[in-house]
Design a protein around this ligand. Structure first.
Ligand code: DX5
Ligand code: ZN
Length: 220
């Protein structure tokens, strides 16, 4: 069984609350908020994702999983800490060294929020081994960050297997989340490799039956 985190990146504004309500009643484990600053990735949707977080908090108790695709996470974490989200994930690639990473990790955890580190497709998993004992989750990107609806990058499965083996060999109990191009096939491949949280945007949101799509992912 996998947990499912539905990305709200491609949800249209005018229909947002209705979509959030319908997705939630299909029993998801998290809403996945994709924050983009227009610097780390091309698009800037900061205000929209803050608004979506507020809207979700107003109608739902479902935990919120924030994925910061931003050059300067410090500029964004306070808002989501104040919103009482469940977890905040920032990118390994925006930090100059492990000290900076651990300082951000400490700030997030001190506010009672779980913390994750995201790695891009071209970042080897061994780069984050030293910080694994201090975090709750690794987000393994299976697409180049920046937009939904992309194709799953096949070698992500090898990265998940390598990370899972390292965690087992070193008694590290960490969530492994995979994000981008997830459907029932790539979700199964990812779960078989060791991922336990599947992020999905378009596969779920474009499905005729949200519950069926979400159950397909949960049963991987
Ligand atoms: C991409 C985001 C993903 C994306 C997932 O930068 O981090 O969360 O929205 O959407 P799909 O499942 O459509 O690839
Ligand atoms: Zn994401």
């Amino acid at each position: 069984m996998s947990e499912v985190s539905v990305s709200v990146l491609d949800v249209d504004e005018e229909n947002a609350v209705n979509v959030f309500y319908n997705v939630e009643t299909a029993k998801i484990d998290y809403f996945h908020i994709d924050v983009m600053d227009g610097e780390f990735v091309e698009k800037n949707n900061v205000l929209q994702m803050r608004d979506y977080t507020l809207k979700i908090k107003n109608i739902s108790m479902t935990p919120i999983d924030v994925h910061l695709m931003v050059k300067n996470p410090r500029e964004h974490i306070d808002y989501f800490i104040d919103q009482g989200v469940d977890r905040i994930t920032f990118h390994y690639e925006v930090c100059k060294d492990n000290n900076e990473i651990l300082s951000l990790v400490k700030e997030i955890i001190e506010n009672g929020i779980k913390v994750g580190i995201a790695i891009n497709p071209d970042t080897p998993v061994k780069k984050i081994y030293e910080i694994l004992p201090y975090i709750h989750m690794v987000l393994v990107m299976s697409v180049v960050p920046g937009k939904g609806g992309q194709k799953f990058i096949e070698n992500t499965v090898d990265k998940i297997e390598e990370l899972k083996k390292y965690c087992l060999d070193n008694d590290l109990d960490i969530d492994i989340e995979v994000d981008g191009g997830i459907n029932e096939v790539t979700g199964q491949q990812s779960a078989d490799a060791g991922a336990n949280i599947l992020v999905s945007g378009n596969y779920v949101l474009k499905a005729d039956d949200y519950k069926e799509a979400i159950n397909n992912l949960k049963n991987t």
